[in-house]
Design a protein around this ligand. Structure first.
Ligand SMILES: [Zn+2]
Length: 262
């Protein structure tokens, strides 16, 4: 059983790590479901759903979420729900993407710039020490609350390849990002909704995107079913991926794969 499991997960890791950067090149539409916070139960489930369709999940975790002194951020982010870096390394070995979602989920626009910069460094240093195969230059810094300023972006981009902020902060008359055509210094925007179930919002957002001329749509999600702010239901998300993988013009990719396309 153990060996069988090992072979299975190795096969999945091989598929995902060989997820070539060409995979999106003939596609007009790229879609990323960028899951935040690091809920243990939901993130394993999100990974499983992606695996059913041969996809890699895009999972962003709070560096300190598993630490004994981690305090509830709000009614959704509760210490007992969070996974740890053992979980994240297991999921990464299965071919999923694990990226930084801040040191302790502070809104970096509401603290001093020097405190914000210190928090970014602490987060990235922790990832570097604890996440297998982590490299700053391949990383995306995913701000809490999709909140950043140009000064904070510029600071983070000295270390990471890209930052993910609020779509409304970086887009004027379009809802989608351009597909990156150069590596490094990439600032891209994500959309989010909550606090209740957002199945309908996600369905509508994805359908609007598919009707448009293309680009890179990033939808920020959190947990499944009863976990996280603005959750999606497991049955909805599973059937959504099942439908989307059949669309020729579309690639569903974790953000780290998209920034490599440049
Ligand atoms: Zn968050």
């Amino acid at each position: 059983m153990k060996r069988r499991k090992f072979i299975q997960s190795t096969a999945i890791a091989t598929i995902a790590s060989s997820l070539p950067s060409w995979i999106g090149k003939d596609k007009t539409h790229i879609l990323t479901f960028s899951f935040d916070d690091g809920f243990k139960k939901s993130f394993y489930k999100v990974a499983e759903i992606h695996e059913e369709y041969g996809l890699s999940a895009c999972l962003n975790v709070i560096a300190t979420g598993h630490m004994p002194d981690f305090k509830a951020i709000d009614e959704w982010i509760q210490p007992e729900l969070m996974g740890d870096f053992n979980d994240w390394n297991i999921l990464k070995a299965r071919g999923h993407e694990i990226m930084p979602h801040t040191w302790k989920h502070l809104n970096l626009t509401k603290i001093s710039p020097s405190h914000a910069k210190e928090n970014i460094d602490k987060c990235l240093d922790y990832f570097s020490d604890n996440l297998d195969g982590y490299k700053d230059e391949e990383a995306i810094f995913n701000y809490a609350f999709l909140a950043s300023t140009p000064e904070i972006d510029q600071y983070a981009l000295q270390r990471v390849g890209a930052v993910r902020t609020g779509a409304w902060l970086v887009m004027e008359d379009t809802k989608v990002n351009m597909i990156p055509h150069a590596k490094g210094d990439i600032t891209f925007g994500a959309w989010a909704n909550g606090p209740d179930n957002i199945d309908d919002y996600v369905d509508q957002t994805v359908n609007d995107f598919l009707e448009g001329s293309g680009g890179w749509m990033v939808v920020c999600l959190h947990g499944l079913d009863d976990e996280g702010w603005g959750p999606v239901s497991t049955t909805f998300f599973d059937s959504l991926l099942k439908r989307l993988v059949q669309i020729d013009k579309l690639s569903i990719l974790p953000a780290g794969e998209v920034i490599k396309m440049g």
